[in-house]
Design a protein around this ligand. Structure first.
Ligand code: DGT
Ligand code: CA
Ligand code: CA
Ligand code: ZN
Length: 602
């Protein structure tokens, strides 16, 4: 693994402000990390009152790196970094420093002379560096607590260019940021957890190692990583763990439990358990707490008790079941309840009545319906995406590049889309036993119209309709906006239906029930988008949509062949929502899939 780069400073900074930025672990390994540091510099420099050319230099460099398709490290090694337009000699030095140390002197200097808490303030949606500077200069507000105080005392609305509305939004944003504090989006946490699990699993002395806790339950954000291991040599496993490059700090270490903090700020607990009680330990440390409470109540009525060591008769120390989770549930006279359903919701009742849904599995999925190629902001060609998808066992994909409203993603004009449909059809002829559907992710414009010629939308196979701009509309206007797009009869699916960014931005507000009803009426599927920052719909809303009669589709929203793997996160939310293969349209073959949407097109 390339140096599990670190951002110790930003990490400390966030802790100091009493709140952990949800820093992306991938960001520590790929271009995102460099981009983040450079754009932080641009913002901080602006607040520091640096001249605008200097600010712009960092903004431009960050933007240039965003458009880069290959790793920055490769350019540093090859000495080609200054060939990138916008990256001069001095910026190249900063980038090299970020590569070597995770940060650079200028970034550190800005944080020291200003206040690291400003980074948290800059996370407030809708408050750019310009306005942060106004507040900072006038009131000395440099961290979230001070910002909250100032907003509550109505001192913000008195400042030039700021008003009552902004002040209110600042307060609600601070609340939202705090509710996310210390939690990491599931996809990022899972990737880290699996990486560490695999490294430890490779040790000879490890018999078995499993991820438990909220990750196993597919909860959309996670507080910490829980690993369970059975081993003949606990000390050796602990040693191997604390020596991993990912580990920043050992928080506690004992015979059966070791806790560490990783460089990306996530805490990890490793517990050593005996093989004969692995099932009950796995069950215990998988949770959820609410599931446990409900289960214990049931056990009590049956004259039983449950602990991490097994199921026991109330007056006995001899376990009735402990080796597997299935045995544990059996002892309670229940079928196995999948971890994703262990929410303390209705799963125990359903299980007792043998009415648990048969959850959709990875094997049920026949295709992926949302992805981008080099035509817009993706990194792979149509055929490369198709071949990678075929490799994953799918029998079809839809290529859904952006429409022109998304200028930052190089969205397609009608002319380009028309040609692109032809290219997709040509690529489809190049690949056997596999179907490449021609599609688009068309923008739903502010007025609710679709950002593409209707004849072309009719002509292509799969239309994902999404909102990428004007998020802050009144509930009623946003509902009407979505409805007008849906009423065209041209839409196959609503892409990332709420627009929320996990740990970032709340979704736009609209009448969810009305949109689900319209989806049923017009034959439109609702997406569960698995891409790292989204999980949209999430499990809760997917369940609601399903209850109201809508069909769901899973999409990876991949921008590279590797991105196709993100479908698993959509699958996780689908399972957590209690969905079966029947509820999800991309479990159908391509003809049946196409026949189940856009009925008006026949
Ligand atoms: P998280 O880490 O906040 O995303 O959520 P979990 O569910 O992973 O919670 P965590 O890491 O505190 O503990 C893992 C599991 O261990 C939890 O789901 C249930 C179990 N557990 C931990 N502490 C307790 C406890 O005090 N009582 C009970 N009943 N279960 C516990
Ligand atoms: Ca946990
Ligand atoms: Ca834990
Ligand atoms: Zn999109």
């Amino acid at each position: 693994m390339p140096g599990h780069g670190r951002c110790p400073l930003s990490f400390l900074v966030s802790l100091r402000a009493g709140m952990l930025n949800i820093s992306t672990p991938e960001a520590t390994m790929n271009n995102d990390h460099y981009i983040r540091i450079l754009s932080e510099i641009a913002k901080l420099a602006q607040i520091a009152g640096e001249n605008k050319f200097k600010v712009r230099a960092f903004e431009n460099a960050a933007r240039a790196l965003e458009n880069l398709t290959d790793p920055i490290a490769t350019h540093l090694e090859a000495g080609t970094i200054t060939n990138i337009s916008g990256v001069g000699k001095s910026l190249a030095e900063d980038i090299q420093q970020i590569h070597d140390t995770g940060t650079c002197d200028y970034h550190t200097h800005l944080l020291e002379t200003l206040d690291p808490g400003l980074l948290d303030i800059l996370n407030i949606q809708g408050l750019g560096p310009k306005r942060v500077k106004v507040i900072y200069d006038a009131l000395g507000v440099s961290n979230l607590d001070a910002m909250e105080e100032a907003a509550k005392a109505h001192r913000i609305q008195e400042l030039p260019g700021l008003g009552k509305k902004t002040e209110e939004r600042i307060l609600s944003e601070i609340e939202r940021l705090r509710s996310h504090a210390g939690r990491t989006p599931l996809p990022q946490a899972r990737r880290v957890a699996e990486g560490i699990r695999d490294k430890l699993a490779a040790l000879d002395c490890v018999d078995r190692i499993e991820i438990a806790g909220s990750i196993r339950r597919e909860r959309e954000t996670i507080g910490d990583i829980d690993l369970l291991v059975t081993t003949t040599e606990p000390a050796k496993v602990t040693q191997a763990l604390v020596e991993l490059t990912e580990v920043a700090e050992v928080l506690a270490s004992g015979d059966t439990k070791t806790s560490v903090r990783l460089h990306n700020g996530i805490q990890l607990d490793l517990r050593v358990v005996q093989a004969q009680v692995f099932g009950s330990a796995l069950h215990y440390f998988t949770g959820s707490k609410d599931h446990h409470i409900a289960l214990r109540t049931r056990a009590k009525r049956q004259g039983l008790k449950i602990s991490e060591y097994g199921v026991f008769a109330i007056d006995s120390d001899t376990a009735i079941a402990s080796q597997t989770e299935a045995a544990l549930y059996k002892a309670l006279d229940l079928p196995f309840i999948p971890p994703e359903l262990r929410q303390g919701f209705t799963e125990i009742e359903l299980a007792a009545e043998n009415r648990l849904p048969e959850l959709i599995t990875a094997e049920d999925i026949r295709g992926d319906l949302h992805m981008h190629t080099t035509e817009t902001d993706g990194r792979a060609s149509i055929l490369e995406m198709a071949e990678a998808a075929k490799e994953l066992g799918y029998s079809y994909i839809a290529i859904t590049d952006h429409s022109q409203a998304v200028t930052v993603a190089n969205g397609m004009t009608a002319e380009r889309f028309e040609a692109h449909i032809q290219k997709i059809r040509a690529a489809n002829k190049e690949i056997d036993n596999f179907e490449i559907l021609s599609g688009i992710e068309v923008d739903i414009l502010k007025d609710g119209s679709l950002d593409m010629d209707h004849d072309l939308l009719r002509e292509c196979d799969w239309v994902v309709a999404s909102v990428h701009s004007h998020f802050r509309m009144e509930t009623k206007a946003m509902t009407e906006r979505l409805l007008s797009a849906m009423e065209t009869g041209l839409v196959s699916e609503m892409g990332h239906p709420t627009g929320r960014i996990l740990g970032g931005r709340d979704g736009y507000t609209y009448d969810f029930n009305a949109i689900v009803e319209a989806a049923v009426e017009y034959g439109i599927a609702l997406e569960i988008n698995g891409s790292t920052g989204r999980l949209d719909l999430n499990a809760e809303l997917a369940r609601k949509a399903h209850t109201l009669g809508a069909k769901l589709v899973l999409g990876s929203d991949a921008h590279s062949t590797r991105g196709l793997h993100a479908l698993r996160y959509a699958l996780g939310q689908a399972r957590r929502a209690g969905l079966t293969a029947n509820d999800v349209l991309n479990t159908l073959d391509a003809p049946a899939l196409l026949a189940s949407v856009r009925p008006k097109l026949g």
